[in-house]
Design a protein around this ligand. Structure first.
Ligand code: GDP
Length: 364
């Protein structure tokens, strides 16, 4: 599955958020009990109102949301790239995630110590990014030295890798994270294999005080500007509110949200922002037993989308009966969509669209 790492300086609210994420009713939804893989790893349901709509139309007995994994990566401090704090362990954990949720303290509270002595989310973001950039530079230099002999011997793969590493190094040396490097489509796989920490997409999570949860504050506005400049994303959240919400039942939570002037839980926005950041989308399977959401990367073709359900579906793929979500709703189900001419039979080269309701036919 897809993994999102939660990072940030100590005392910014990472654990509070992670605990809320994994305790919330949504995380425990459906017939998958919330599973703690490790104390700091949690699977959460991706909230999607379309799933309930489909289930209501089809009369499905249950809904099964799709999930992404969050990893609470504690221990990043100034000097981590030099082994301070949990140092290298921490960096290894980041290498294994697909994207980074970077929590920034945007709340004032004299009772909660700030490790740098003042509230400055932009400076905090730079502190962490600097550690990651140093770690990337060191790992590139090490690897360049390791492949020097292969390059002399004319090894094509090594030469291609060297080109990418030098591009990354140039960006890093000018103070820019590796995600700023423009990579040609044919190099993308090799680029990902470099596993650079600063090449991963970043979502800045502004942890604001409760009263600013709906509007954000001046600090979160600065972070949003920074994110836009860097091609990163940002969300505003109050970890305190989310902590309280996670302990309420659905009815109380809805009333509480309304009182706070919020349309939905911040965690829902966070999960969806992470999902978008990872370039993911959803398709559905709908039947009397269950309506279920499945995750694929944007651009996935029908056989590979089927493979998410089962390897046999991909290997034996014949065709995909397809109804767009809006057509399914407009037709009030499959029969109506068929009558309206919105039922399509798609083949191996069909690029699945977000919200497609699919039924796969395959050779067993
Ligand atoms: P971590 O070190 O980043 O995991 O931070 P924690 O989640 O452990 O939070 C550190 C302290 O800050 C705890 O005492 C939290 O209760 C407090 N805290 C977290 N979020 C907020 C917030 O939004 N507002 C306030 N006032 N305190 C918070």
């Amino acid at each position: 599955g897809f993994r999102m790492g939660i990072v940030g300086l100590p005392n910014v609210g990472k654990s509070t958020l992670f605990n809320a994420l994994t305790k919330t009713a949504a995380a425990q939804a459906a017939n998958f009990p919330f599973c703690t893989i490790e104390p700091n790893v949690g699977d959460v349901a991706v909230p999607d109102p379309r799933l309930d709509q489909l289930a209501a139309i089809a009369g499905s007995k249950q809904t099964i949301p799709t999930r992404i994994t969050f990893v609470d990566i504690a221990g990043l401090v100034r000097g981590a790239s030099k082994g301070e704090g949990l140092g290298n362990q921490f960096l290894a954990n980041i290498r294994e995630v697909d994207a980074i949720a970077h929590v920034l303290r945007c709340f004032e509270d004299d009772d909660v110590t700030h490790v740098e002595g003042k509230i400055d989310p932009i400076a905090d973001a730079e502190t962490i990014e600097t550690e990651l950039m140093i770690a990337d530079m060191e790992s590139i230099e090490r690897r360049l030295a390791n492949i020097a002999r292969k390059i002399k011997g004319g090894d094509k793969e090594a030469v291609a890798q060297e080109k990418l590493m030098k591009q990354a190094l140039a960006a890093l040396e000018s103070g820019k994270p590796a995600r700023n490097v423009e990579v040609a489509a044919e190099d993308e796989k090799a680029w990902r294999m470099l596993q650079l920490l600063t090449s991963k997409p970043v979502l800045f999570v502004c942890n604001v005080e409760e009263s600013s949860a709906a509007s954000g504050n001046s600090l979160s506005a600065k972070v949003a500007e920074m994110a836009a400049r860097q091609g990163a994303a940002s969300v505003v959240i109050s970890a305190k509110i989310e902590e309280e919400l996670a302990q309420m039942d659905a009815g109380d939570a809805e009333m509480f949200l309304e009182e706070m002037g919020l349309h939905e839980a911040g965690l829902d926005r966070l999960i969806r922002a992470g999902y978008d950041l990872l370039g993911l989308q959803t398709y559905f399977t709908v039947g009397p037993k269950e309506a279920r959401a499945w995750t694929i990367e944007k651009g996935t073709l029908a056989p590979q989308a089927a493979g998410v359900i089962h390897g046999d579906f991909e290997r034996g793929f014949i065709r995909a009966e397809t109804i767009a979500f809006a057509d399914y709703v407009a037709g009030n189900g499959e029969a109506g969509a068929r009558e309206a001419g919105k039922f399509r039979v798609e083949g191996k080269t069909y690029e699945v669209k977000d919200g497609d309701v699919l039924h796969f036919l395959f050779n067993a």
